[in-house]
Design a binder for this molecule. Structure first.
Ligand code: SF4
Length: 356
């Protein structure tokens, strides 16, 4: 079948919320650079149907960092990590609220409260619940997503009762590959937590990390496993191979490969909020604006343990690519940036525009 024909079939299926076959999903990952823009265009038709040209902004607050007893190989906060990330126990509520407030001011429509660790103790749920209730009293229109690790049903219900809108717990990779990235908990543990959260009425947020030495089949299996859980949002992370972690040498993504992974996830989970998450600047680099044609959501600014693109640059990228920030009353930035025009000096009395 010619390139456009099979992509038309794939897009038509996604527009009907019909699953592609595994072979079709694998073909998205395996194509050549010659058909890359066709793949992006097909995925954009799906993105546009469900989300128009809107981009949702999310903001992370790392409420507890490092010192985790788990051994997730990709994680800079794992037991014995030599990555040199910040380590601290629970932030004070006023610190969390001040940080969340900064995200709201920058335009975030969802604040994600993230804590390192295998899972919360009941007293941690009490602590986070109080933060959530206080924040929601002040910002009822901003969603709060908690990301605290493995959860019991009772804990999920308590978070929901406190006003949490969503719970994030990523599947990260395929079940067959899970033993290669973690030994202290299982893929099934993760599936179970996503189900507990959804059963408690929390919007399920679950995604993956690409670039961890997985095969194309693993990536497709992970995307299909996510579809089985029917999450409302699917963050797609691109591994940042931190020094001091077991996956430090896994530099195997290219910007074009990242676009294909995003497109495959979009075709398999067509109406889910597909979010550009960790590693987008490092791995997508100059192709980030193209990725907005597939994903409809980004984390604003910084991530958990790495610095992201400054918030203003994110807003510029969104505006320049012709997208709008979800919930913004008017364009966030002016179309023309005269302030970027610099005059270069060439000796005394010589002023030339920078582009001569
Ligand atoms: S449980 Fe979370 S914080 Fe702990 S090592 Fe795994 S990913 Fe990192």
């Amino acid at each position: 079948m010619a390139t456009m024909e099979w992509l038309d079939v794939l897009a038509a299926k996604a527009l009907d919320r019909e699953l592609p076959t595994r072979d079709e999903a694998l073909a998205v990952l395996a194509g050549s650079d010659d058909d890359l823009l066709d793949v992006v265009a097909a995925a954009f038709r799906v993105r546009q149907r469900y989300f128009g040209r809107r981009v949702k902004l999310n903001f992370l607050v790392n409420v507890k960092s490092g010192m985790c007893p788990e051994d997730c190989f990709y994680c800079s906060q794992r037991l014995g990590s030599g990555a040199g990330v910040l380590k601290y126990a629970w932030l004070r509520p006023e610190e969390v609220l001040a940080s969340a407030e900064a995200g709201v001011t920058a335009g975030a429509k969802r604040v994600c409260l993230v804590a390192s660790g295998r899972g919360p103790a009941d007293r941690d749920i009490t602590r986070v619940s109080e933060m959530i209730t206080t924040f929601k009293d002040q910002h009822p229109d901003v969603e709060v997503c908690a990301c605290l690790g493995l959860l019991t049903q009772d804990q999920a219900e308590r978070l929901r009762g406190a006003g949490a809108d969503a719970y994030n717990h990523n599947l990260n990779t395929a079940e067959a590959h899970y033993g290669e990235i973690c030994t202290t908990h299982t893929f099934a543990d993760r599936v179970d937590t996503v189900r507990q959260a959804a059963a408690a009425g929390l919007s399920a947020c679950s995604g993956l990390i690409a670039g961890m030495g997985e095969s194309d089949t693993d990536l497709v299996d992970a995307a299909f496993a996510l579809r089985d859980l029917n999450p409302d949002s699917v963050p797609v992370n691109f591994l940042i191979p931190f020094d001091g972690t077991p996956l430090a040498g896994e530099w195997n993504l290219t910007p074009r490969r990242c676009l294909r992974i995003l497109a495959m996830v979009r075709f398999v989970n067509p109406d889910a909020e597909v979010r550009l998450a960790g590693g987008r600047e490092v791995h997508l680099r100059s192709l980030q604006p193209l990725a907005l044609h597939i994903a409809n959501s980004i984390f604003l600014g910084d991530y958990l343990t790495s610095e992201g693109q400054a918030g203003r640059q994110d807003l510029e990228m969104i505006a320049d690519a012709g997208f709008t920030v979800e919930g913004a009353a008017e364009p966030t930035l002016p179309e023309h940036r005269r302030d970027l025009v610099k005059v270069r000096r060439r000796g005394p009395g010589t002023h030339l525009p920078a582009n001569t």
